[in-house]
Ligand binder design. Sequence first.
Ligand code: RB5
Length: 147
Amino acid sequence: MKIVIGNDHSGVEYKNQLVEYLEGKGIEIINVGTDSVDSVDYPDIAQEATKVWVEGKADFGILICGTGIGISIAANKVEGIRAALVNNEVCARLSRQHNNANFLVLGARVTGIELAKSCIDAFLSSEFEGGRHATRIGKIESCGGKF
Ligand code: RB5
């Protein structure tokens, strides 16, 4: 499995710990996040990471900013991206089962690293259930964001 991971300056050490954790499980990581604490703009990171996924170069993505809010808003502007900001294992699991999320989003300043690892495990071990959930995903895709 390949995962693209992106983070802004608030999540460098957090990202490093998650990369080590994921590589320890044999997962290949494509790191498009910053490795410096110098300030960057999270929309740029969201763009880079989602581009990798859209091009079919990764199975899933993980995005990290301080709260996870900004980078999830930015990622969800990209067609085909369903980025789920989570802070517990239940939401991580349901984001796959019900929402077919392709990006997991974490807030480095608000979600502890061990909880983040549990969320990743729940996300990666869960499958989309389809059925009524597929109908709902279809409605999200067809709305196009305009009235
Ligand atoms: C950066 O300081 C911070 O605003 C960003 O990481 C994120 O929390 C935005 O939603």
